[in-house]
Design a protein around this ligand. Structure first.
Ligand code: FMN
Length: 141
């Protein structure tokens, strides 16, 4: 059971290597120890799922649509993401996703790492994300 006061509690990411790997559909193949520590989900709980496990309701849909368009076309995507932990707390990161290719140029998997986002950047981007979510809500009404 998530304690209700945990829901607006932030955990600060310390910048130590936070890695995950997925197949081309986004199914998690690998998470490192830091991923387990930050998300609260064990390897058994996260491998075989998608990163939707971490999706925070404050994240606009458009961000993930743009993420998928970018990586599926073979490009690197980097962006600010607010992630939801198993305990209901959240953490901000800059997610970097790199596609990997086989010898025929087909994408085989995606590898993601995470960097620390600066406080002032988080403040600015979270305002933008609130506006984006509001627009999405109006558009879907
Ligand atoms: C390698 C990789 C890493 C991802 N990392 C995250 C992440 O840290 N947090 C997150 O919410 N979504 C992440 N995503 C995007 C999710 O796959 C998913 O699109 C997102 O959580 C929104 O869920 P939905 O697409 O089911 O709506 C990642 C995707 C890939 C391919």
């Amino acid at each position: 059971m998530i304690h209700p006061t945990a829901l607006d509690e932030e955990v600060i990411f310390d910048g130590r290597s936070l890695i995950s790997e997925t197949d081309t559909r986004g199914t998690i193949l690998y998470v490192n120890r830091k991923f387990v520590e930050m998300s609260g989900y064990s390897r058994e709980e996260s491998v075989g799922q998608t990163h939707n496990l971490l999706r925070h309701p404050d994240m606009p849909k458009q961000v993930f649509e743009q993420l998928w368009r970018t990586i599926k076309s073979g490009n690197i995507w980097e962006g600010y993401v607010k992630n939801l932990r198993k305990d209901g707390k959240f953490y901000w990161v800059i997610v970097n996703i790199v596609p990997y290719f086989d010898e025929n140029g087909n994408i085989t998997r995606f590898i993601s790492s995470r960097k620390v986002a600066k406080r002032e950047e988080i403040e600015a981007i979270s305002k933008t994300y609130v506006q984006m979510c509001e627009i999405e809500k109006i558009a879907s009404a």
